[in-house]
Design a protein around this ligand. Structure first.
Ligand code: DQA
Length: 154
């Protein structure tokens, strides 16, 4: 039996409002639905068992605590840092300290939006970034992260 891949999915501030928050930008899919789709995608992943833990918080410190708690568990992190990606050195440092592969996702294409969204402090510690595909950004990001974790295992 192959060793499972354990992925922590982190959602930052205001993403609990998905579905009713600025739907013209973020779509109508709720966070619960996104997590449900990710769980189904993980269950259907053929190469190895995948264990997912999904977590949302509006609080920077709570997200950082959750990242630190994942130190002995997570093989990878899929993160939509939301606005904290543009501002939080502390979140970036927590991800860097963990040392596991990180994939950053955004529902919207942040580079087509206001200039203050064009900087991500998380991107520099991420393997890559998926942005602009709505809820599908998470699906693409999880696929890329699983493949990267398995490639690193050899
Ligand atoms: C977001 C983009 C951020 O700029 C914004 O603050 C969010 C959501 C996205 O998924 O498109 O809260 O991360």
């Amino acid at each position: 039996m192959a060793e499972p891949v354990r992925i922590l999915v982190l959602h930052g501030p205001n993403l609990n409002l998905l579905g009713r928050r600025e739907p013209e930008i973020y779509g109508r899919t709720t966070l619960e639905e996104i997590d449900r789709r990710l769980a189904a995608q993980a269950a259907a992943f053929a190469r190895v068992p995948v264990e997912l833990a999904c977590f949302q918080s509006n609080h920077e410190g709570v997200l950082i605590d959750r990242i630190q708690e994942a130190a002995d568990w997570a093989d990878g992190i899929l993160v939509n840092p939301a606005a904290l990606g543009h501002t939080s050195i502390a979140l970036r440092d927590a991800l860097a300290a963990l040392g596991t592969p990180v994939v950053e996702v955004h529902l919207s294409n942040v580079y087509r939006r206001e200039p203050f969204r064009h900087q991500s402090l998380v991107s520099a510690v991420a393997l890559g970034l998926v942005a602009g595909f709505g809820a599908d950004s998470y699906r693409l990001g999880l696929d890329a992260l699983l493949n990267a974790v398995l490639a690193a295992r050899g």
